[in-house]
Design a protein around this ligand. Structure first.
Ligand SMILES: [Fe+2]
Length: 238
């Protein structure tokens, strides 16, 4: 049986804005409400910038849907501050979510945009390559047992490159997409359906996973290997 989420996802097609935290805090888990710690500025900030008509109590979080705002967290089965989360709280869930997200984009969103824009600057090709690199890292992470010393570094690099990718999508691709006649409401619900199917049936093995399965994980990095025999010139003591 699937483990229960600490806080329910508040996601649905057609939202204008989605806030994604790392994981629910302790107070939020106890009170069963998003951003419930007394000192958390989330709700007051939403009100101050005009996103909510009055200052919402954390327990009113479900009402954000009426304003086109969704809520979720990367880690759904652990709570606490980032440094308190168990080592495996973020990795497997984030990786599974990324695989679903990338597949949905590649099967529906990217083809729709490609069909409707000229793309002289090659933003779609660049996005494809960013997906390719992310999927290689994901495939390597999925083949790791947890004992490899590059596991954490690999996950950090994956997180950084995904952050860069999202920034590019939001800054360039989405702006171009908005100029087209695409019905994003309809496309969004197709994407939501596909997402549900992939979550239920799993994401089919991609080319990158096959590459890594064939090549296997490398051992020490070249630099780590070379440090065993390299002669380092050191400053002479004066
Ligand atoms: Fe993407």
């Amino acid at each position: 049986m699937a483990k229960k989420h600490i806080l329910p996802d508040r996601l649905k097609p057609g939202l204008k804005l989605v806030f994604c935290g790392t994981a629910a805090g302790r107070q939020s888990a106890l009170q069963q409400a998003y951003y419930a710690h007394g000192q958390n500025k989330f709700w007051s900030t939403l009100h101050r910038v005009g996103l909510t008509p009055h200052l919402f109590m954390p327990q009113e979080y479900e009402k954000l849907w009426e304003l086109g705002i969704g809520l979720t967290d990367i880690a759904k089965h652990a709570y606490g501050m980032d440094h308190q989360l168990p080592k495996d709280a973020l990795g497997p869930e984030a990786v599974a979510a990324l695989k679903v997200h990338a597949t949905v984009e590649e099967e529906l969103f990217y083809p729709a945009i490609r069909q409707q824009i000229e793309d002289e600057e090659g933003i779609m090709d660049e996005a494809d390559e960013e997906h390719h690199v992310a999927k290689l890292l994901i495939a390597e992470l999925e083949n790791m047992t947890g004992d490899e010393d590059h596991g954490d570094a690999k996950f950090m690099v994956l997180a950084e490159s995904v952050r860069h990718h999202i920034k590019e999508e939001e800054g360039t691709m989405f702006k171009e997409a908005k100029k087209t006649d695409i019905d994003f409401e309809a496309l969004g619900s197709q994407m939501a359906q596909l997402k549900q199917r992939l979550k239920r049936d799993g994401v089919p093995e991609d080319a990158e996973a096959k590459m890594i399965a064939k090549a296997g994980l490398r051992g020490d990095s070249p630099a780590k290997n070379a440090q065993k025999h390299v002669h380092v010139p050191l400053k002479k003591a004066s």
